[in-house]
Design a protein around this ligand. Structure first.
Ligand code: SAM
Length: 209
């Protein structure tokens, strides 16, 4: 695949500020998909319902198509996309989250294909999605090739997470087959835990046509 970097916006803030502070909710480590079920029998208060602001801005100019939300939680972003005209699949292992996503989609009368499955077991296929979301999901290293393969030419990958999960600058390297449309590592209030500012990484990449 041709390696093209269209425009890279890198705001690397090399401070040692609280990266994923001790009480910050973090994604479970890969390989322990049942952890959320064990931890959260009901939807915890830190789980956000507002869609992710970076996603909302990034998708505004896009033509809706097929999207997948990998680890959709209780569906805030998946339902936002469905409401915006996308055909959305959301996968997650968390029983409570999956149930809430189904309830919310039904209440909003939007179609959402909800699949309760481990993201490492899911068959993403090839050139199936115009948009892949990986929001507050931790390291993506074991899935990167499959996520890129699942993108249609011209399709987008959107990632946001606590930056402490990644080596600085590592996402553009990992996804060097994609055009990097936006990449920032900066102090901000993380979308998933707005109590404290910390370093947040945001990545928007596009598969070359
Ligand atoms: C911090 S939440 C983020 C939820 C959502 N992406 C968002 O931004 O609102 C992490 C989610 O990843 C899910 N998860 C963790 N490991 C998983 C795995 N191996 N397969 C599928 N889902 C997983 C959890 O169940 C949880 O819903």
């Amino acid at each position: 695949m041709t390696c093209r970097v269209a425009s890279v916006l890198v705001a690397v803030v090399l401070t040692s500020a609280s990266l994923g502070g001790q009480d910050a909710p973090q994604a479970p480590p890969p390989g322990d998909p049942g952890r959320w079920d064990r931890m959260f029998e009901t939807e915890p208060s830190h789980v956000r319902w507002e869609p992710n602001a970076f996603l909302m801005g990034a998708t505004q100019p896009m033509m809706p198509g097929n999207a997948i939300d990998v680890g959709m939680g209780s569906g805030r972003n998946a339902i936002f996309l469905a409401r915006s005209g996308w055909t959305v699949t959301g996968i997650d292992t968390w029983r409570v989250g999956v149930a809430r996503a189904r309830e919310r989609a039904a209440a909003e009368k939007v179609s959402l294909n909800v699949i309760q499955q481990d993201m490492f077991q899911f068959d993403y296929g090839a050139e199936r999605y115009d948009l892949v979301l990986f929001m507050y999901m931790g390291p993506v290293q074991d899935l990167d090739r499959r996520l890129v393969e699942a993108l249609r030419p011209g399709g987008y990958l959107v990632i946001e997470h606590f930056a402490g999960a990644f080596e600085p600058g590592s996402l553009p390297m990992l996804f060097r087959g994609l055009e990097v449309l936006q990449y920032t590592e900066a102090e901000d209030f993380p979308d998933y835990d707005q109590r404290n500012k910390q370093k947040v990484v945001r990545f928007l990449g596009r598969k070359p046509r």
